[in-house]
Design a protein around this ligand. Structure first.
Ligand SMILES: *[C@@H]1O[C@H](CO)[C@@H](O)[C@H](O)[C@H]1NC(C)=O
Ligand SMILES: *[C@@H]1O[C@H](CO)[C@@H](O)[C@H](O)[C@H]1NC(C)=O
Length: 536
């Protein structure tokens, strides 16, 4: 009896020690090798069967249509692939299996080929600017050595995927697993909001962020360019806005740098969606144009509040300013905010008080009246407005242009998404993807758990969800840490918005995200660790 007990005890102890030994040293999550992020809709891998690429003798060959975007992408991805010979240190040597390299002699069942040329078959003419309804589908056939796409935007996504399939090997060679990829996004609007008002973010850092976005197949750069704290946008018509409203004379986006950002994004298939938030969040506008803000009365006398909604001057100013930005930013959409308007100041201003009393309206209705006018100005400039959810707080059937988009950002988003889509509005979700909210550990998992259509509603309502955006509010980030705060946490959002609804297993995703983080770092994106201890 006693010996049996000792035997059981020692077995138990042994198993504990064994566990410890099995877990052993090494990273918390071992990265995958040559897996895609975001996960494609369809892949047919011949597992373990690789063909070789000699980075020194590798070219993309453009077939059928071409344009400046494709020619630049070709060079960019050839550089990325050539740069990969320095990548092996990031890849565990023990995995994966490596094949030998020989030129194809036609006799083997598994061709042992060195790929020299990979053909880019673009079957229609390039569009100039990316847009909401762009076609981003593509196919990759490794054995046929080709990427096919109907549109330039699909070709860009295909090139990104192709570059992710390639893995380094010994002897300065690269290899790629035999594979057929058929891919397209689940949602059309896959955005990242970057706030450049709370902290000024340099154009160089914005470009790095755009690179990171392209590596994650994001397609909308939501530029929250001005806010209460600073006004860095240099207006052509009203240069005094940034002269007085920017933090410092250097902390500005000139017309030239705005163009540069738009162009850099365009070459990566990313829309630049500008936001000029009204009527709240406008304190920095008041540094040069106090006449359009509300003069608060007692007990806030001497302070300025939100835009004054009843002054003719405010609307004249907005007409002129929105006309300018509609011209500067080529995207079809203009975000005009509409969030977090406090009524204390309006309620303390005698003229506004008289106005609402005469019209027998509430402050909510006054706000609605203003929002409808602001949205009307957007329409007059042949753009479509996007607004934050508060705009529909009072009236779900507010007279906004029909195809306006409502962006949901508050907690309890399921209720709001349900409500907004009942009103037949196009909707974007952001509530679950606030990058400024930090949790310890691999907090990308919280982002990954968020399914944008998981709210009560009919199928028709779910179809009103155009996608979503991860939001990088900049109170807690500056040039020094913004990139590592965004990546790879926003990658979780990117996959939720690109991949099939069934791609939702964090255990499966973690090693792929670990590899993707190594990849981002290798390409100059200073991504932070997603999963704990690791070697990237
Ligand atoms: C590969 O591409 C190069 C450069 O574009 C071209 O000169 C060469 O003929 C191509 N080779 C094959 C086998 O297609
Ligand atoms: C998630 O993936 C892991 C690893 O592949 C697997 O063991 C697990 O069963 C999956 N979980 C679900 C809920 O499918």
């Amino acid at each position: 009896m006693k010996s049996l007990f000792i035997l059981i005890l020692s077995l138990l102890l042994l198993s504990i020690i064994n566990c410890y030994i099995i877990d052993g040293p090494g990273p918390t999550t071992r990265p995958t090798v040559g897996q895609l992020w975001p996960k494609p809709q369809k892949e047919e891998r011949k597992t373990g069967q690789y063909v070789a690429i000699d980075p020194k003798n590798f070219n993309f060959v453009i077939s059928e249509h071409t344009c400046d975007i494709l020619m630049e992408a070709k060079l960019r991805y050839e550089d990325i692939i050539k740069g990969m010979s320095y990548y092996p240190s990031a890849i565990p040597k023990t995995e994966p299996p490596c094949t030998e390299y020989e030129y194809d002699d036609g006799s083997n069942e598994i061709p042992k080929v060195k790929i020299r040329n990979f053909t880019l078959i673009l079957s229609s003419e390039c569009e100039k600017y990316p847009h909401l309804k762009m076609d981003e589908s593509y196919t990759i056939d490794v054995l046929a050595h080709e990427i096919r796409a109907h549109s330039i935007w699909g070709m860009l996504r295909g090139l990104e995927s192709f570059s992710q399939l390639i893995i380094p090997d010994t002897n300065e060679m690269l290899q790629i697993e035999i594979n057929m990829v058929e891919d397209y996004p689940r949602f059309q609007h896959r955005g990242l909001l970057v706030d450049t008002s709370r902290h000024y973010i340099s154009v160089d850092v914005l470009k790095t962020i755009l690179d990171g976005m392209a590596y994650n197949k994001f397609n909308v750069f939501h530029w929250h360019i001005v806010d209460d704290q600073s006004f860095p946008y240099v207006s052509k018509k009203f240069p005094e806005l940034s002269e007085k409203g920017a933090y410092f004379a250097e902390m500005i986006y000139t017309q030239k740098s705005v163009k540069e950002v738009i162009e850099y994004a365009r070459f990566r298939g990313i829309r630049v969606l500008p936001e000029f938030d009204v009527p709240g969040h406008t304190r920095s506008w008041g540094a040069s144009h106090p006449e359009i803000l509300t003069e608060c009365g007692s007990p806030y006398s001497g302070k300025l509040g939100p835009l004054n909604p009843i002054k003719e001057k405010t609307l004249t100013f907005l007409k002129s300013f929105f006309e300018e930005v509609s011209d500067v930013f080529p995207d079809h959409y203009l975000h005009i905010g509409g969030d977090e308007v406090g009524f204390e100041c309006w309620n303390s201003n005698e003229d506004i008080k008289k106005y609402v009393e005469a019209k027998k309206m509430t402050y909510e209705q006054l706000e609605d009246e203003f929002n409808v006018k602001a949205a009307g100005i957007v329409s007059d400039n042949v753009k479509i407005p996007i607004v934050w959810q508060e705009v529909l707080n009072e009236n779900l059937h507010l007279k906004l242009p029909e195809d306006s988009i409502i962006q949901v950002w508050k907690p309890m988003w399921q209720v709001e998404m349900s409500r907004v889509t009942t009103g037949n509005w196009n909707t974007l979700l952001s509530s679950c993807w606030y990058l400024d909210k930090l949790k310890t550990g691999g907090d990308w998992k919280n982002f990954y758990d968020c399914e944008p259509t998981a709210f009560p509603g009919a199928e028709k309502q779910k179809q009103m969800v155009l996608g979503g955006e991860a939001c990088m509010w900049a109170e807690v980030v500056n040039n020094a840490n913004i990139v590592s705060r965004i990546f790879p946490r926003a990658s979780a959002t990117a996959e939720k918005l690109w991949s099939d609804v069934k791609v939702n297993n964090k255990t499966e995703a973690a090693p792929r995200l670990e590899e993707h983080t190594c990849r981002l770092i290798n390409r100059g994106i200073s991504a932070q660790p997603p999963n704990g201890a690791g070697f990237c």
